[in-house]
Design a protein around this ligand. Structure first.
Ligand SMILES: [Zn+2]
Length: 428
């Protein structure tokens, strides 16, 4: 074999597992693998996970923080206005340069698949050209899936329909939308119908920004689920954000959850962004604004967490660390039980892979050898520590590595070094 990882712990709790890799494929996952390899890495019982997957991102805006100015209010609407101010000055080169820089950060963080929305409301489609180029350049090490996103509204922006079709013709993968940003509820519903029909005709997936608002009467997710069934798109449609569900009446939600589940619509929460952008019209109590994650999961809906933004007009923080996203998600949703934490880890790995439709994903023989070795014992500790990515492996090759984190201590009578890793119960 070419590479063997010895003594790994897998996210499902299996311990002492060896992972054998030949070429770009995983060929064995078993204890005490009797084989030799060109390279052997002893991971010493630490967690080996399939790579992180970001199901919702905006790569055309990332790393543009401060251009042309900062978002003073911190609101979604000022962010959209600021993006509008930046658009005339955008160039293909500048967008591509920032996107490439972000992809480097992502790789360093073990984030090897990203679904990015790309704004198609600029008639020049510069961002589409830039990101299609980036998609090709990063393909050997990062899967970039693009969504044609009519940021200013499909019906509200006069050339959005035409531009969206042009973007799909050029090779953008997924049909996007933003029904709550249309002028009326009726226009929102009309945009969903038009977009689902377009996706069905072309055999594409759908991912709409849907109900990103604190308005409990923003119910476009209901229409999206119904249109998914009508157009036969079950399993291929995603509702992103769904923050209005946070504020909806419980009785209505009890009817809505089974509808979403039956339609096979995936849900994406963006915890870092939802907790900062929603609740802005509230005094106190202030709503958290994230969708009902555990309730959606209990209803059988596939839920992923997205990063959404990193250093752009909407959000100045972030670093491509999906463990930070998972951590915020579990805090906001109060998913602090052992099961809840495991579900939060799934939301930035397997669940997100399901949203993107990544068939080759996971630690099993025959799958592509994409793996992350973490400085943590298990998913719980990985999230708690935002664990160091000791090694990031793509197609069987180590493409990024970070030294183990350890701090030298200079305290009399205490050990020389301290790590933040800790086995529960070990000091009983
Ligand atoms: Zn978004």
């Amino acid at each position: 074999m070419d590479l063997i990882l010895r003594n790994a712990r897998l996210p499902d709790g299996q311990q002492g597992v060896d992972i054998g890799i030949r070429g770009d494929r995983i060929v064995a996952v078993q204890p005490a693998l009797d084989a030799t390899a060109t390279e052997v890495i002893d991971v010493a019982g630490r967690l080996v996970s399939p790579p992180f997957v970001d199901a919702h991102f905006h790569m055309d805006a990332t790393l543009s923080l401060g251009l042309p100015r900062l978002n003073e209010s911190g609101t979604l609407l000022e962010g959209i206005a600021l993006w509008g101010e930046l658009k005339p000055d955008l160039t293909v080169e500048a967008i591509a340069k920032r996107a490439m820089a972000y992809c480097d950060m992502a790789v360093a963080q073990g984030l090897l698949s990203i679904r990015s929305h790309v704004d198609v409301c600029d008639d020049r489609l510069l961002a589409v050209d830039a990101l299609l180029d980036v998609k090709q350049r990063v393909a050997p090490y990062l899967d970039l899936q693009l969504v044609a996103f009519p940021q200013d509204g499909l019906l509200r922006s006069p050339t959005a329909k035409r531009n969206l079709v042009r973007a799909l013709d050029a090779g953008v993968d997924v049909v996007g939308g933003i029904p709550h940003f249309e002028r009326t509820m009726a226009d929102g519903a009309e945009s969903i119908r038009w977009l689902c029909e377009l996706a069905a005709e072309r055999g594409l997936r759908v991912d709409m920004h849907c109900d990103e608002s604190d308005d409990p009467l923003s119910r476009h997710i209901e229409t999206l689920a119904a249109e998914t069934v009508r157009t036969g798109l079950q399993g291929r449609v995603t509702g992103s954000h769904l923050t209005s569900m946070h504020s909806m009446d419980n009785y209505y939600v009890s009817k809505l959850l089974p509808l979403i589940a039956e339609a096979g619509v995936h849900a994406i929460a963006n915890p870092l962004i939802n907790i900062t952008l929603q609740g802005r019209h509230d005094t106190y109590p202030k709503r958290r604004g994230m969708t009902r994650v555990p309730e959606l999961m209990d209803a059988g809906v596939n839920v992923a967490f997205g990063h959404d933004c990193v250093m752009d007009p909407w959000y100045g923080m972030g670093s491509g660390d999906m463990l930070e996203v998972a951590s915020m998600g579990l805090h906001v949703a109060q998913m602090t039980s052992a099961t809840g934490v495991q579900r939060a880890f799934d939301a930035v790995t397997v669940n997100a892979a399901r949203v993107l439709g990544l068939d080759d994903y996971g630690i099993a023989p025959g799958r592509r050898a994409d793996l992350v070795v973490l400085q943590a014992a298990d998913p719980f500790e990985a999230i708690r520590l935002k664990a160091t990515r000791l090694a990031v492996i793509r197609s069987g090759k180590v493409i990024a590595s970070t030294p183990e984190k350890q701090t030298a201590l200079r305290l009399p009578g205490r050990p020389d070094h301290v790590s933040l890793e800790f086995t529960p119960g070990s000091l009983a």
